[in-house]
Design a protein around this ligand. Sequence first.
Ligand SMILES: [Zn+2]
Length: 255
Amino acid sequence: MTDVVSLAVIAVFGAIVGSFLNVCIYRLPRRTSIVWPGSACPRCGRTLAWFENVPVVSYLALRGRCRTCGEPISPRYPIVEAITAAMFALGWLYYGPGALLASRLVLGCALIVLFEIDREHQILPHAITLPGLVVGFAFSLFTEPGWQSSLEGILVGGGTLLAMAYGYYFLRHEEGLGMGDFKMLAMIGAFLGWRLTLLTLMMASVAGSVVGIFLIVTHRGGLKSALPFGTFLALGAAAAAVVGPGLMDWYLSFF
Ligand SMILES: [Zn+2]
């Protein structure tokens, strides 16, 4: 296979995975099965035909509406499919085939689902974070960051946020961070190791503060209405996984 062909195949595969991620995003918060029944229109309940389930293409062909009742289809569907396709193709180019690529793509898929569910529902389902933690550790037996760093990542990621959550509760007597956040960072720690986990937390905190201050200054709401922290953790982890190692080498070169 030529490079272009293999890249196209991996992108199409990514789009198909993306359409499964959409199913998880829609059904996990509603606590319904992610394997049965097939996709249906949420308004008229008609089961979708195979040609209405083709990633990205169906949305464009149907012009974003249900064929029967005209209910608008959320643009989230083609967006998640396109982002997942791009992630698979770029990951293939960046890492090349191997265990590290597989590990990073599984993490990326988990982050996409967690980002969107947290943004829409302000929850981070255990059904993703806990199995994710186990899978991340399993990958570390074969590839970066190695099982010891993975174990330290789980403890550092989970422990830091748990301590922060308790500290906040102690000072303010209210819940600042959800309990889902520390499980999510423990999962990120399992995949990335403790160094990149601290980098994730740092980047997520800075991004969260910047957006929070922006919302307050522009009177679009206070800290309470700011985006949930899990969305920033997802973006921070994605950035840390891609640019983190280079950033860390550059930083350590000063010492
Ligand atoms: Zn419909």
